[in-house]
Design a protein around this ligand. Structure first.
Ligand code: GLA
Length: 394
């Protein structure tokens, strides 16, 4: 096992005291990271391509077995305790944060994994609800903890799909596979290009001088989850209309831009725009992979700019605050590229910045954004990091 980093050892000691107070005794520790997506937005549920990186921000789950079939779950982040009975978990949403834990436990059991009861303490560095995929980090770290606690060995490859299913059936968000996948398979210093149909992936080195600057606009619109499901429905509508004339297509991933233009009259103007985003975004991801391989940051920056425009104008999931943050970042020299990241309707932008100037840019962006909006943004300088797993003993 790799030596653990500073944040893991600090978290482990913090949890040690907490765990002793709550439950007494020893625990084992698992963690899973949040993510940022460099390019390839709203393509995962259309069987397309994405290019996320795991962040050096993790959710930690400390676990020890209990003799019964209960899960006693304490969130250090929210200072709340929940008690769940493994024998009465059923799909459906309650709206509580524990839906993610309940969901993972419920899905693992539905796959035939008989779980032991557990005492659990959770703490997270991933800011909640800001589009950095705190939910997937919670699901994936919980899956590792529950499985290991029950002495069940599961292939890392099986975890993302089970966690995605948990999110569909319990919190009832019809998310794609991107977030859970990168949380499991992230690699330090690399972005990951994923084919969301075959789940084949390639790790692409992020040039060592590049930092991932994540800028939280501090605005999250209420229709975030509703809007997400609406967009998905619009893609399905586009797919059904195009299948009338292109019977071989299984998902929007199979549509070319020429085919879309040829059959444009079959779609309403709105659905046409939604489909155009998905079709062009998939192409951009493939070009971005070539650019990253060649360390051509100028090209990658152009593709990020096009992606943002497409999300703003065609997919309509950006906000004035996201647009402003992206514009301000692009005006800074030494920012290679910037765009909104994640599902949209608020949340964060990603900027790729030269490491030497990252702190200067961080400060300037913060000041400019605050001067224009009156909001004080959280701006993090991150690095691409490793995916989920056990944290070795301190
Ligand atoms: C959310 C979902 C992902 C993906 C993005 C948009 O983060 O969880 O599956 O669809 O939005 O790219």
């Amino acid at each position: 096992m790799k030596p653990i980093d500073k944040s893991a050892s600090e978290t482990a000691s913090k949890l040690k005291a907490l765990f002793a107070e709550l439950y007494g005794g020893h625990f084992t520790l698992y963690r899973a990271p949040g993510r940022v997506n460099l390019i390839g937005e709203h393509t995962d549920y259309n069987d397309g391509f994405v290019m996320p990186a795991a962040l050096d921000l993790y959710t930690y789950v400390a676990v020890s077995p209990r003799p019964d079939r209960r899960l006693s779950v304490y969130s250090e982040t929210l200072a709340e305790m929940r008690d769940l009975d493994l024998d009465s978990i059923r799909p459906g949403k309650s709206g509580d944060w524990s839906d993610y834990v309940r969901g993972v436990a419920g899905v693992l059991e539905s796959y035939g994994y008989k779980l032991r009861g557990a005492d659990i303490a959770i703490t997270s560095e991933v800011p909640l609800g800001s589009g950095l995929s705190s939910s997937a980090a919670l699901e994936v770290s919980t899956a590792w903890a529950l499985l290991s606690n029950s002495e069940i060995n599961v292939d890392r490859n099986a975890i993302p799909q089970m966690c995605q299913r948990a999110e569909h059936l319990y919190p009832e968000t019809k998310c794609g596979i991107m977030d859970q996948f990168i949380s499991c398979h992230g690699r330090a210093g690399h972005a990951l290009m994923l084919d969301c149909r075959s789940l084949d992936f390639q790790l692409l080195p992020v040039p060592s001088q590049v930092r991932l600057m994540v800028c939280n606009t501090m605005v999250r619109h209420e229709h975030a989850s509703g809007g997400y499901n609406t967009r998905q429905g619009e893609c399905e509508e586009g797919l059904r209309a195009l299948q009338q004339v292109l019977p071989d297509i299984r998902a929007l991933r199979d549509v070319t831009i020429d085919e879309l233009e040829r059959h444009r009259s079959r779609l309403t103007p709105l659905i046409y725009k939604r489909v155009r985003h998905v079709v062009t975004e998939n192409e951009r991801v493939k070009m971005a992979a070539c650019a990253l391989r060649a360390a051509d940051m100028a090209k990658l920056g152009e593709l990020m700019a096009d992606s943002h425009r497409s999300l703003r104008d065609d997919y309509e999931v950006s906000t004035p605050e996201l647009d402003l943050m992206v514009e301000l970042a692009r005006d800074q020299k030494d920012v290679y590229g910037a765009r909104m990241t994640g599902g949209g309707f608020g949340g964060c932008t990603i900027s790729l910045v030269h490491s030497d100037l990252a702190e200067e840019v961080q400060q300037k962006l913060g000041q400019l954004y605050e001067a224009k909006t009156g909001l004080s943004p959280t701006i993090l300088i991150c690095e691409a990091s490793d995916g989920s797993g056990a944290v070795a003993e301190t």
